[in-house]
Design a protein around this ligand. Structure first.
Ligand code: IMP
Ligand code: MG
Length: 183
């Protein structure tokens, strides 16, 4: 285990099971369809890569990136698209793939943005983790791996200050790590 991690919450095996459950649900709902997956960089890359390889559907994908200027570990409502999609999604069934749905600021903005600009047939949200107790915007996940309490998690794509994305598991940081970055 990495020296900055206090506890592992989801092992690689746990994560594979969550991804398999989500894949089954999506496969059932989109039977005979070819959805367009839009993963939001960078947090969702590991989840997306595992999901898209499990999903027994013909699908296409393109990446999007957004920043939200907020303080510390919380996003703000001021979301800015820093990388837009380049494939055509007009009239298509879109699934936004995100690592974690927290306040909802980011996905609320992105969902409206994609709807207004590109007029897809449908948009659903698929997130590996959901923190419903933190929600500030009226937005729900259509597919979610698991709900987590109000705590900050890292690994499997999720970062703290751009670090720990490469860990193959999801864990909680030691409190000393947060303190260090504040000094
Ligand atoms: P929201 O706009 O508040 O919903 O923020 C969503 C984004 O915040 C996610 O895509 C993550 O990048 C980040 N985020 C929220 N909670 C966590 C966490 O516990 N660990 C790592 N990143 C998080
Ligand atoms: Mg992040």
């Amino acid at each position: 285990m990495h020296q900055d991690i206090e506890k592992i919450l989801y092992s690689s095996e746990d994560l594979s099971k969550l991804v398999a459950c989500i894949s089954d649900e999506i496969a059932e709902d989109y039977k005979g369809k070819s959805p367009v997956l839009i993963p939001i960089l960078k947090g969702s890359v590991m989840f997306f890569a595992d999901l898209v390889r499990k999903l027994p559907l013909d699908c296409t994908f393109d990446f999007m990136s957004a920043t939200s200027y907020g303080s510390g570990t919380e996003s703000s409502g001021n979301v800015m698209i820093t990388k837009d999609i380049t494939i055509d999604i007009k009239g298509k069934d879109v699934i936004i793939v995100e690592d974690i749905l927290d306040t909802g600021n980011t996905l609320f903005y992105i969902k409206n943005y994609l709807n207004d600009k590109y007029e897809p047939a449908s948009i659903r949200i698929c997130t590996l983790f959901d923190k419903p107790s933190r929600r500030k915007k009226d937005i729900k996940a259509d597919y979610s791996g698991d709900e987590v309490d109000d705590m900050f998690i890292v690994g499997y794509g999720l970062d703290f200050d751009e670090n720990y994305r490469d860990l193959p598991y999801i864990g909680v940081l030691k409190p000393a790590v947060y303190k260090k970055t504040k000094e």
